[in-house]
Design a binder for this molecule. Structure first.
Ligand SMILES: Nc1ncnc2c1ncn2[C@@H]1O[C@H](COP(=O)(O)OP(=O)(O)OP(=O)(O)O)[C@@H](O)[C@H]1O
Length: 331
């Protein structure tokens, strides 16, 4: 009986039972443009990945390669232990790439039924995915009458047909209003919580911070960061310091000497509470100077950086990638 009870509530995704996607040494050029320059990536199951990067960094090219839509010039790619684009890989991958193409004069539901039939899936599966994306009530309307957000949700519904273990979503929030973005956030979070592996590209860094377990940052065709969101936000080099130090007169005079930052006395109730933003290289000297001045440090912590802050620090360089002016951050 205990066993049966255990089956009711799904277990959390098994850790690292083999990679869902393996990419090694992948390069791709379009004429003179080197879109990807030796990309390595391993996607572990049950995680939601955010693929980030400035305009023209190579995100879409990478996602297209995983779907077999673009063939790499060099390197190895395996998707669900199969060749990308092969029937075995595609059968188990749901994808939303750019604006989804549906037949305009058919209803959303009929569009999905056509896809479900082609994939040998029962009709009930269409109801299920319409429910998941919150389109059940509007499923009977002609696709031509759908708003952008509804069209996008229908695209996700199509990707969910057959519950594929891998979802690849290229800018799923593209063109959505804030309400649509919030809906998509909930949807993707739920998919992640249910154990799906999701790879999504996005320019909405605030969203990625909330939705994703891991991020892969691509810049000028190279993976420049691949880590958990938490680890990326905890990277050294950013984020202010918060400290509790006394006596406050001595603390003030030492803190005032550092990095031109005015120490902010945070604590009304606690005058030992300070917030400073020294250059990372100045931190050891600052701590030493406080101690030398007879200041007791009761607590010292670094504030977590926003994903957006780390992203800009990582991708900051003089040239823009393709003249489109970099990242249109709306988060
Ligand atoms: N089919 C193609 N033909 C020619 N050039 C291409 C093609 N696809 C992509 N590129 C170029 O390759 C580079 C990478 O493009 P890609 O679309 O992968 O970037 P991205 O990171 O998805 O950018 P964005 O954030 O703007 O969508 C760009 O310079 C782009 O112009």
């Amino acid at each position: 009986m205990g066993m049966q009870m255990a089956q009711v509530k799904p277990e959390p995704p098994a850790p690292r039972s083999g990679a869902v996607v393996r990419v090694s040494g992948v390069s791709k050029s379009f004429g003179p443009v080197e879109a990807l320059r030796g990309v390595d990536l391993e996607v572990v199951p049950g995680q939601v990945y955010g693929v980030l990067g400035p305009n023209g960094a190579g995100k879409s090219t990478l996602l297209r390669i995983l779907l077999g839509l673009v063939r790499p010039d060099a390197g190895e790619v395996r998707v669900l232990d199969a060749r990308p684009g092969s029937p075995e890989a595609l059968r188990r991958t749901g994808a939303l790439i750019e604006t989804p193409a549906f037949v305009p004069h058919l209803s959303g539901r009929t569009n999905l039924e056509v896809l479900a039939r082609a994939a040998g899936l029962p009709r009930a599966e269409v109801d299920r995915v319409l429910d998941v994306v919150g389109l059940r009530d509007r499923g009977g309307d002609r696709f031509a009458g759908y708003s952008l957000g509804m069209g996008q949700r229908l695209g996700v519904a199509a990707a969910l047909l057959g519950s594929p273990p891998l979802l690849i979503l290229d800018e799923p929030t593209n063109g959505l209003d804030p309400e649509g973005v919030a809906g998509m956030r909930t949807l993707i979070r739920d998919l992640g919580a249910a154990g799906s592996t999701v790879l999504l590209s996005s320019h909405l860094l605030g969203e990625v911070q909330q939705i994703c377990d891991r991020v892969v940052v691509i810049d000028r065709g190279l993976v420049i960061a691949d880590d958990t969101v938490t680890a990326i936000r905890n990277r050294p080099g950013g984020g202010a310091l918060e400290l509790w130090a006394a006596p406050s007169a001595q603390a003030r005079s030492v803190l005032a000497q550092y990095a031109g930052t005015e120490p902010v006395e945070v604590g009304e109730p606690d005058e030992r509470h300070w917030r400073v933003a020294p250059a990372p290289d100045d931190i050891p000297g600052l701590v030493r100077a406080l101690v030398t001045a007879g200041v007791d440090i009761h607590e010292l912590r670094r504030e977590k950086q926003s994903l957006e802050g780390v992203f800009f620090a990582l991708t900051e360089h003089d040239d823009t990638n393709d003249g489109t002016g970099g990242l249109g951050v709306t988060a």
